[in-house]
Design a protein around this ligand. Structure first.
Ligand code: BES
Ligand code: MN
Ligand code: ZN
Length: 495
């Protein structure tokens, strides 16, 4: 999808379809009124005739209006609220796309210059629209014999006011890059686990590295992981025939000496639970347990497209959690890279095990901040649902930056406490720490576990178990979250 930004008058724009908004009071905005005047009140006539009520997402497609350069006008309802909320923007864009998906038009123009979005300026409004437009056309049909019909629409023009042009142009560039990162994340998540294993993720990182001079990739294999003492990561992998990988992605966009930001992604390419086997229902969805790693890869895709002037290191900690005769047992004690010993009481709490070694590994980069991203706990879905990612950490200013990034990017997170009082739930009679904390506060005790390995830098943990994918149903699949949040956080560091 290409974007064009055209400031000035809408009346003279040549386009296959001009999209105008109408509210429940049946009012057009100033751009709509200009068009209405030009075509001698044809739009008002339709409104008065009751052809559309202006309800959010309602559409009316009109042809052959007199005096217009636009071949069609699509009226779309925005409801009664004066300011559009993010979720209403999504509904609006999806209504527009469902109209255009069924038409064989190649271009359309949005006259949204006067539309007001709740808590958003011209830049962030247009960015959300651009992101939703591109993301809304995402399909994953690689494994279908019959492919989804190709959508013809490939050019969107934003008809804006003169003083909005620079902001809207930047918004289109950013929105498109974010959606392309999300598509990469979604593809990886949706990929079946027989194909998407740790070595596959390593290849994906290497492919990105080949395309960009300022990205270098290092892939650590079992022998190197043994030398590093990554006992926790190796323990998770030992029940699988698939060898683990730790993938290090080094993006150099900033000054040489500038300390990097580190993003660590959980990359469990399939989580059976191991010997603490999960129940059978929906187990297929545990292919998405590499959603953290996939979101780091997607963030890098966007980062590379935008070439942000910043240094970022990605660490993908990848393994498959399977229950073979070689698998770890409940009761096994392993030694992590940090030297701390861990009693594995539940082999299904494997995410924290692969992450803890990556957290220790990250110390060598002397990072400004470390953010780990993981589909870590079912308890997080119970607490926050699919709308909001869980956020924990050891540094208030980092937490605040991430909360604000989530809001700006319409990819929200909410903080849960890591009070010291929770730490004792992880006490083990036999080792330094147990890998589970009992039935209460499951998301927080997982965060507490990680905090033991993240003492040397500002650190935050995003639990994306609820937000990274949509379970069951027609919409089943990876969402591409939290790529928008992560990119916003990085954008905020450079501007
Ligand atoms: N990958 C799961 C978490 C998960 C569950 C994500 C459901 C998405 C949907 C993780 O490895 C896990 O199994 N966690 C356990 C932890 C428990 C054993 C302490 C859980 O949440 O049940
Ligand atoms: Mn698990
Ligand atoms: Zn898992």
């Amino acid at each position: 999808m290409e974007f064009l930004v055209k400031p000035g008058s809408v009346e003279t724009l040549e386009t296959s379809a001009l999209v105008l908004t109408v509210n429940e009071q049946l009012q057009l905005d100033s751009q709509g009124q200009l068009i209405d005047t030009l075509c001698a009140g044809a739009l008002s006539a339709h409104l008065q005739a009751g052809d559309i009520q202006g309800k959010l997402g309602q559409t009316l497609l009109l042809h052959n209006l007199a005096n217009l350069k636009a071949r069609r006008v699509l009226l779309v309802g925005i409801g009664k609220d004066e300011e559009l909320s993010d979720s209403n923007v999504r509904k609006l864009v999806s209504a527009i796309l469902s109209t255009f998906k069924n038409l064989s038009i190649k271009d359309a123009t949005l006259a949204f210059a006067d539309l007001t979005f709740k808590d958003r300026n011209a830049y962030s409004s247009a960015r959300l629209v651009a992101e939703c437009l591109v993301d809304g056309l995402y399909v994953f049909d690689q494994f279908k014999s019959e492919k989804a019909p190709i959508v013809q629409l490939n050019l969107i023009t934003f008809a804006c006011h003169q003083d909005q042009q620079v902001a809207v142009e930047k918004a289109c560039k950013h929105g498109k890059a974010i959606a392309s990162g999300m598509a990469f994340t979604r593809d990886l998540g949706n990929m079946p686990p027989n194909i998407c294993h740790p070595r596959y993720l390593a290849e994906q990182a290497q492919e990105l590295g080949k395309l960009h001079k300022n990205l270098s990739i290092e892939v650590l294999e079992e022998k190197q992981l043994e030398e590093l003492g990554a006992g926790a990561l190796l323990a998770v992998a030992q029940g699988s025939d698939q060898p683990p990988r730790m993938i290090i992605m080094n993006y150099h966009g900033g000054k040489r000496a500038e300390q990097p930001y580190v993003l660590i992604g959980k990359g469990i390419t399939f989580d059976t639970g191991g010997i603490s086997l999960k129940p059978g229902a929906s187990m297929d969805e545990m292919k998405y347990d590499m959603g953290g790693a996939a979101s780091v890869l997607g963030t890098f895709k966007t980062l590379l497209e935008l070439q942000l002037p910043i240094n970022v290191i990605g660490v993908l900690t990848c393994a498959e959690n399977m229950p073979s005769g070689g698998a770890t047992r409940p009761g096994d004690i392993v030694t992590s890279m940090s030297g701390q010993t861990i009693e594995i009481l539940n082999t299904d709490a494997e995410g924290r095990l692969v992450l803890c070694d990556a957290l220790t590994y990250a110390e060598r980069f002397k990072p400004q901040a470390v953010i780990n991203i993981a589909t870590l706990t079912g308890a997080c879905i119970v607490a926050l649902g699919s709308q909001t990612s869980g956020l924990m950490g050891n540094n208030l200013s980092l937490i605040e930056s991430l909360l604000s990034a989530g809001k700006q990017a319409s990819d929200v997170a909410w903080q849960l406490p890591l009070f010291d009082d929770y730490q004792e739930l992880l006490d083990s009679p036999f080792a330094d720490i147990a890998n589970i904390g009992g039935p209460k506060a499951g998301t927080i005790t997982a965060g507490c576990f990680l905090s033991r390995f993240a003492k040397k830098y500002p650190w935050a943990h995003l639990d994306i178990a609820g937000t990274a994918w949509i379970s069951g149903g027609k919409e089943k699949g990876a969402t591409g979250r939290p790529v928008p949040l992560l990119i916003q956080y990085l954008l905020d560091r450079v501007q």
